[in-house]
Design a protein around this ligand. Sequence first.
Ligand SMILES: *Cc1c(COP(=O)(O)O)cnc(C)c1O
Length: 386
Amino acid sequence: MTDKRDKLETAVVSAGRMSAAHFGSVNTPVYRTSTILQPDVASLKSHNTTYVYGRRGTPTTRSFEDAVSALEGAARTVSLPSGLSAITVAIMSVCRAGDHLLMVDSCYGPTRLFCDGVLKRFGVETTYYDPLIGDGVAALFRPNTRAVYCESPGSLTFEVQDVPVIAAAAHARNASVLMDNTWGTPLYFPALARGVDLSIHAATKYICGHSDTMMGTVSANESHAKRLSNFVADLGLYASGDDCFLALRGLRTLAVRLKRHHQTALTLTHWLLKRPEVSRVLYPALESDPGHALWKRDFLGACGLFGVVLKPAREKSVAAMIDGMRHFGIGYSWGGYESLIIPAEFERTACKFEAEGPVIRIHAGLEDPDDLLADLEAGFTRLNAP
Ligand SMILES: *Cc1c(COP(=O)(O)O)cnc(C)c1O
C-alpha cells in the first residue's frame, strides 16, 4: 500500500491497509480468532500460509504491524500487550546468560526495575551510563557487551542522546542498539535510520492516542527481525485484535495530533520560562534547552511532553498547585488527547540530575492553549499561597 516515495504523513494514512481482502472496507476489521481453518492436511503441515493460528497473528495484528514497519522503515514489527512488555521482549531477544548490557541512566523507571531484577536473575549484568556520554560510551564496552539501550529524550529529565554516535560505537563492537522511541514516535525520530536495530514504542501513548488501550511495539531491521519474531512466538505473546484495531485507528491521526501537541507545548513552555516560580523547562524543542542542537539535527518534531524544574518550593505547595487544576488530570501515562500533570520522581545511579527545586511533568493535550495557560496561572497562585 505504501511505497518509499510517499511522505510519512501519507504513509501514516495508508500503510497496512488491506481493503481488497475485506470487501473494500477501509479499515481492517477486528479478527477475534483462535483456530484458522486450513483447506487440507498439506496446507496445515506446510507452515507456508500467512495465517496459521490466532496467537501467531491475524489480519488485524498484521495491518497494524505493517503500518508501523512502514513508518519505522523496519523489516518487521511485533505488537505486544504493553509498552513495558515491548521493552522486556526487545532486551531478552538479544541477550543471553553471561551477557552485559549498557543501559541509559535516564531510562523509564520500570525498565530499570526489570534490569535490576529479572534480567540479573537470568544472568545478564547491567551497567548504567550517563545519557550525555556521547562517544565516551566506547570506554564502557566489555568483551561480553551484547547491547546498548538508549532512551531519548530521557524519561522525566529529557536529556537528548547522541544516538548515531552511540550506535556507531556499539556496531564497531558487534553490539546491538535498542531504543525506547516513545517520545519521538514513529513520525518524529527515524530510529532505524539513526543506527538503532530495535525501535521500541509504548504504543499506549501517542500511537493509540486516546487513553483507552495498552500496547507496545518493537520494530526490527533486517538483521534483528527473525530473532525478534521467533522470540515473541516462543514466549507465546499476543496483542489482541481489539487492541490492534484501536492502535491502528489511533495511528491514522498521529500526524495531525502531534502537530497540535507540539504547538501547544511550545506555547506553554515559552510562557513557563517567563514565570518567576520556574527555574528551567526541560523540552528539547526550546532553544534554551541544552539538547536543542542534537534535537534539531536528529528529530523531525517534538511531542507534547515536557518537564518543569521549579524554584525551591514546599512539597505541600506543589501538591496544592497540582490538586486544583481544572484541565490537567493527575495520572500516569501520556500521549492521549488530554492534558496531564504529575510531580516527577526519578532515580540515578551513574550520574546526577541536579534540580534546583521540585520537578513536575506536564503533558500538553489537545485543549485550547488559552484554557491551559489560565489553569497553570491559577496553579501558580496556589503554589505561592502562604
Ligand atoms: C509509559 C512508558 C512505557 C511503558 O508503556 P506501558 O504501555 O505503560 O507499559 C515505556 N517507556 C516510556 C518512555 C513510557 O513513557
